[in-house]
Design a protein around this ligand. Structure first.
Ligand code: PMP
Length: 434
């Protein structure tokens, strides 16, 4: 095995070096480059069920699932069949087709706050469009978001808090004009007092509040009781649009998303990942009154050459139809719960402080002394060096966890009890060596 590990690393290093010659940083999305955890990224060539296989055919139990979409596991048969059947009909029309209606009807039936929905090609497009719509609808400019939440890479979202709690934002990336960033306010997640203060000061200028109702981009953080409720009531009182970014949590933490789990109703919802079953899909939807502000009925412009693409709709529908079955979310939650409980037990045995969070089949683990992790500052204070060693130890053992301590993990319906047992046995060995 040692010999094999060395060969594999060389192989990946060769591929990574080659990739960097023609792709910036060798990757098409930054987190794939293993910058935080160090080392060379694994290059994969196929995936099936709960497993991904690298270019040398080594198997990994996958808890990333392409960052969420593969809730059925990789290569689900019905999804593949639906794709193949549609490919034989047409790859794209650029004109209306019935599958788009089926998709819209399915989404509206699964997420009751969504009365009308429009399809796009990524989560970024979904949030970008929802924000433009909210601004067009309210005639206001200010957007409120939360530290540690990620909503894709549109200009107005790559913004951090300015100095002092309630100053307008500054860009976090070159290329984002200050004149754009200044319309974004960034507040602390799970701090309802900050939200109330913000609305006191800027309420009549706030177009929208956008939030991950279960946060998955600062590891996995659950909303504390009262936080989402405060967003709802402040938005209602001030005529601002409440946007739940459920690109990650949608169809994931519950069939109806975080809004079902926590019983708080947003005005608009953004979706992605699971809704495309592995194809590049996003969506945004909500109250008909707001959605009808979109062109061609309303004045707010938004469009897409491949939006509602029939192959993508077929894959998404085949996925949604399978998760809309009795027992699915119970199985997912039970397996995720067994994994997080098992990780805590093994860490305790090894004398290593570790906390976990979970919602449905979304989970996070933290190398932290804190009993409960619910703030971004706590996530940032975790032992990243220990995380990195754990990550690489598990990778060697054939378990693929997210290569960053700021990302949530996911389970699929294809993860068996045996997969969880194998993962925990590996974790015990790795934790014992940390
Ligand atoms: N919103 C959330 C909550 C996300 O997790 C992500 C992606 N991880 C996005 C938006 C952006 O989606 P995409 O990467 O498809 O553009």
């Amino acid at each position: 095995p040692v010999q094999k590990a060395i060969t594999m690393t060389d192989h990946f290093a060769d591929l990574f070096e080659r990739a960097q010659k023609t792709i910036p940083g060798g990757v098409n999305s930054p987190v794939r480059a293993f910058k935080g955890v160090g080392g060379t990224p694994v290059f994969f060539k196929r995936a099936s069920g709960s497993r991904m296989y690298d270019t040398e055919d080594k198997a990994y139990i996958d808890y990333v699932l392409s960052w969420g979409p593969q809730i059925l596991g990789h290569g689900d048969e019905k999804v593949r069949e639906a794709i193949h059947a549609q490919v034989d009909q047409s790859l794209t029309f650029g004109a209306p087709c019935e599958l788009e209606i089926e998709m819209a009807e399915k989404v509206c039936s699964l997420v009751p706050s969504i009365e009308k929905v429009r399809m796009v090609n990524s989560g970024t497009e979904a949030t970008m469009s929802a924000i433009r719509l909210a601004r067009g609808y309210t005639g206001r400019d200010i957007l409120v978001k939360f530290e540690g939440n990620y909503h894709g890479h549109a200009d107005s979202l790559l913004v951090k808090a300015g100095s002092g709690m309630l100053t307008l934002g500054v860009p976090t990336s070159p290329g984002v004009p200050e004149s754009v960033a200044k319309h974004t306010l960034t507040l602390e997640y799970n701090n309802p007092e900050a939200v109330r203060e913000c609305f006191k000061e800027y309420g009549d200028r706030i177009a929208a509040v956008i939030v991950e109702p279960v946060a998955g981009n600062m590891n996995c953080i659950l909303p504390e009781p009262g936080f989402l409720e405060t967003l709802r009531s402040e938005c209602t009182d001030h005529g601002s649009v409440l946007i739940f970014d459920e690109v990650m949590s949608g169809f994931r933490v519950a069939l109806g998303g975080a809004q079902e789990l926590f019983n708080v109703t947003p005005d608009l919802t953004t979706l992605g990942k699971v809704i495309g079953g592995g194809m590049p899909v996003g969506a945004f939807g909500g109250k008909a009154e707001i959605m009808d502000y979109l062109a061609p009925v309303g004045p707010v412009y938004q469009a897409g050459t491949l939006a509602g693409n029939p192959v993508a709709m077929a894959a998404g529908l085949a996925t949604l139809n399978q998760i809309d079955q009795p027992g699915v979310y119970q199985q997912l939650s039970e397996r995720a719960g067994a994994l997080t409980q098992g990780l805590r037990d093994r860490a305790a045995k090894a004398g290593i402080p570790l906390t976990t969070n979970g919602a449905g089949s979304m989970f996070g683990y933290f190398f932290s002394e804190d009993e409960k992790v619910s703030r971004f500052s706590q996530v940032a204070a975790c032992d990243t060096e220990r995380f990195n060693r754990f990550f690489h130890g598990m990778l060697d053992e054939g378990v693929y966890f997210a290569p960053s301590s700021f990302e949530a993990g996911f389970l699929s319906l294809a993860h068996t009890e045996q997969d969880i047992d194998l993962t925990l046995e590996a974790a015990e060995r790795v934790l014992g060596r940390l």
